[in-house]
Design a protein around this ligand. Structure first.
Ligand SMILES: [Fe+2]
Length: 198
């Protein structure tokens, strides 16, 4: 008999159909016209300004829907059901050929992506374990090597449907590979707990 212990895993939470089709349509109608800021790296990607729940009733309603899921996700990160605040939200409109390079969100603790359109398989959100940096890098990347939970460098999120939510810790690197499909719309947000007690 042998055991394998999966030490220190990273939680990523998916909530399917957080929003109904009608709620997705309503958010698109009020938010997408404001996505006029050009992304620095991708010509086919635009963003809205930073938004808050107090800006619009639709966003206040969204905040209410997100709250219990943030609390449950935060319990995985910090061990207790804390009160979470969404610092900012913004909408990303990615046309065919758009991409978002690898990044993390250093100014918060938890992040979310709410999908507001269908997403072509080419541009499902891609998470990266680490870029190496100053850490020791372990690699055996060759045609014979099988990829599993312990040696994978990347993890691709499951197929997102409009209204689905993905929550992840803010330090986790992620990207959107080049979108070979039609327009891809997401609402992203950053969240922090009211207080930590350590
Ligand atoms: Fe991001």
């Amino acid at each position: 008999m042998s055991d394998v212990f999966e030490l220190f895993p990273t939680p990523v939470m998916r909530v399917e159909k957080l929003l109904s089709g009608a709620q997705v349509t309503a958010l698109n109608q009020v938010l997408v016209p404001g996505a006029t800021t050009q992304n620095h790296r991708s010509q086919a990607l635009t963003h809205t300004a930073m938004l808050s729940a107090s800006d619009r009733p639709e966003l206040a309603q969204l905040h209410t829907l997100l709250a219990p899921h943030l609390k449950a996700f935060g319990k995985l990160l910090f061990g207790e059901p804390l009160t979470w605040h969404i610092k900012e939200m913004w909408v990303n409109v990615m046309e065919t050929g758009g991409r978002q390079s690898v990044h993390n969100h250093a100014n918060c603790f938890a992040c979310g992506i709410l999908y507001l359109s269908d997403v072509h398989p080419s541009s499902w959100t891609l998470f990266t374990r680490s870029l190496g940096g100053r850490d020791f890098v372990f690699a055996n990347t060759n045609a014979r090597a099988e990829t599993g939970a312990f040696n994978a460098d990347k993890w691709r999120s499951p197929q997102p449907e409009p209204g689905d939510l993905l929550l992840f810790p803010s330090y986790l690197l992620h990207e959107v590979p080049p979108n070979e499909g039609p327009r891809r719309i997401t609402l992203a947000f950053n969240a922090i707990p009211e207080r930590l007690d350590a």
